[in-house]
Design a protein around this ligand. Structure first.
Ligand code: F6R
Length: 259
């Protein structure tokens, strides 16, 4: 795992945007694992402003609320359409979001796993992190080997996401269909983006704490190619900052991003 700390949220977003743009230019048919949430809004804005073609990319989103049809304004399918798909030349037939309104959720979950495999697996998985440590909607006690399945959301997550439902926590669905931690760990590369002081404590636990299913993001410590990109505020609970900064300032792979 590599931790990269940028001075503010805009710089952290810029770095992730540049890394993804580089990848898409190098591999135009990349299979991208995508996330939703407030953190990603700025990232998708930045990505869609770049001179970049998504024409051949294939995408798989992490999760979807159960019970919200794709055209519901609060569904993640709708979010993706609004924030990324409609702003790029991506072919929507190549985009996948778990089907949270399927009548048979087990079957929908199995089909999602098969679709990822049929696409050759995920090249780069983009992640945010929830305040209770979830990646996707893998809430505490999600097995590290879990696969796509339906999951009950925590009260913390429902409160965190209430702002997307007009501030009314009761309107936030109670369950979601989500890729599992095991599914996420199979991506060839992972980039987690977190900004703001509300993420400081959980970033410290995920990165420097023990690997535990109580903090799903801590399982990323097992992944051989995982970058955690944070702003100064989200980094404020990290003990090893001197070393992380030293890596960014010295490793050749980061040279082009140092100014
Ligand atoms: C959303 C997702 C979640 C979010 C996380 C952070 O698809 O998978 O894990 O990335 O809840 O959300 P924000 O950015 O709104 O704090």
């Amino acid at each position: 795992m590599e931790i990269i700390i940028r001075p503010d949220a805009a710089a952290a977003v810029d770095l992730v945007s540049s890394l993804l743009a580089q990848r898409i230019r190098r591999q135009p048919d990349a299979v991208l694992g995508l996330a939703t949430g407030r953190t990603m809004e700025k990232l998708y804005q930045s990505l869609s402003r770049q001179a970049l073609s998504f024409r051949q990319c294939r995408t798989f989103n992490l999760d979807e609320y159960i019970g919200l049809p794709a055209d519901d304004p609060q569904s993640y399918r709708h979010y993706m359409q609004e924030h990324l798909f409609s702003r790029t030349d991506i072919d929507t037939r190549n985009t996948h979001v778990p089907d949270g309104s399927a009548s048979d959720l087990k079957q929908a979950a199995t089909q999602y796993e098969h679709a990822i495999q049929a696409a050759g697996g995920i090249d780069v998985q983009l992640l945010g992190i929830g305040e209770a440590g979830h990646i996707g909607f893998n809430e505490p006690l999600s097995a590290i080997m879990s696969r796509t399945r339906d999951k009950c959301l925590t009260p913390t997550t429902r409160r965190q996401n209430a702002s997307m439902f007009g501030g009314d926590v009761e309107r936030v669905p109670r369950r979601a269909l989500t890729m599992g931690v095991g599914t996420i760990l199979e991506a060839r590369e992972i980039i987690l983006l977190a900004t703001g002081s509300a993420k400081a404590a959980i970033i410290a636990q995920a990165v420097e704490g023990p690997i535990t299913s109580m903090v799903s993001a801590s399982a990323l410590q097992l992944h051989p190619n995982c970058k955690v990109i944070v702003d100064d505020e989200a980094a404020s609970g990290l003990q090893g900052r001197e070393y992380y900064d030293f890596i960014f300032d010295n490793e050749p792979e980061w040279a082009e991003f140092r100014s």
